[in-house]
Design a protein around this ligand. Structure first.
Ligand SMILES: *[C@@H]1O[C@H](CO)[C@@H](O)[C@H](O)[C@H]1NC(C)=O
Ligand SMILES: *[C@@H]1O[C@H](CO)[C@@H](O)[C@H](O)[C@H]1NC(C)=O
Length: 241
């Protein structure tokens, strides 16, 4: 009996110290068209039960995420089912041929909402990343007095010609980062540029930073792009905020 009480007490202490709890993440589509949000849980954890779904304009869906949790959300656009029954999307496709992404990430360019929940003594870290390019504007709103990073600009409209990704009708549907487009070390922060002191902003990352000052524009953009929150709040992600 005493052993069980002790184990129970230690479990509670563990949950308290490491912040294990459930976090509700509500995804809202404020775009004028249907989108297909998706999520990917980082390695070492099993995927959420819902890894991709359709979301009509103005609709919301809530997901319950077990914390600690590390993963990302994005949204696909221009999705359809082809003659063979395969589901594909014009941007951020995850390659499963289905609406569910089943652990796959989205093909760049894709604007990302990244979370590391209950990471460090219960502290959450979250950010918007354009390191893999941009496809949709988005914001992250903690249900607490914490920073609301907002990337509301239509980066596609302003995208430099060499980074543009066009749809079948010729419209710009995504904007690649320079790393994705050119795959060079100074843009990808690899090789001789693999540290925060050697990898500096470039004219291309500065384009993204100017459009969305609160989003990652390159890998070492932490000081102005990474936010934290304590107390285990719920979060909202809004596409086309
Ligand atoms: C960025 O710099 C490269 C190399 O110097 C140049 O070719 C390119 O036109 C510049 N792009 C922008 C958007 O300023
Ligand atoms: C998060 O949302 C759930 C479901 O609405 C609610 O039960 C829970 O109390 C919320 N958590 C916080 C910390 O507000």
């Amino acid at each position: 009996m005493r052993t069980r009480t002790l184990v129970f007490g230690l479990t509670l202490a563990f949950l308290f110290i490491y912040g294990a709890h459930s976090v509700t993440i509500t995804i809202t589509n404020n775009c004028a068209y249907t989108i297909w949000p998706a999520d990917q849980t980082s390695a070492q954890q099993s995927q959420l039960s819902n890894t991709g779904f359709e979301l009509a304009s103005k609709a919301s869906t809530s997901l319950v995420v077990p914390a600690p949790w590390n993963g990302r959300f994005w949204a696909r656009t221009g999705c359809s089912i082809d003659g063979s029954g395969k589901f594909t999307c014009a941007t951020a496709d995850c390659g499963t041929g289905q609406v569910a992404c089943n652990g796959n990430g989205g093909a760049p360019p894709a604007s990302l909402a990244e979370f590391n929940l209950a990471a460090n003594g219960g502290q959450d870290f979250y950010d918007i990343s354009l390191v893999d390019g941009f496809n949709l504007p988005l914001s992250i709103t903690p249900q607490a007095s914490c920073t609301v990073p907002n990337c509301a600009a239509n980066v596609n409209e302003a995208c430099p010609a060499e980074l543009q990704v066009k749809g079948f009708d010729g419209s710009v549907i995504g904007c690649n980062s320079a790393c994705i487009e050119f795959n060079q070390p100074q843009y990808c922060c690899t090789g001789a540029y693999s540290t925060s002191t050697t990898c500096k902003p470039t004219n291309y990352s500065m384009f993204f930073k100017n459009e969305c000052p609160q989003a990652y524009s390159y890998a070492y953009d932490d000081p102005t792009s990474l936010f934290s929150c304590t107390g285990g709040p719920n979060y909202s992600i809004t596409f086309c905020p």
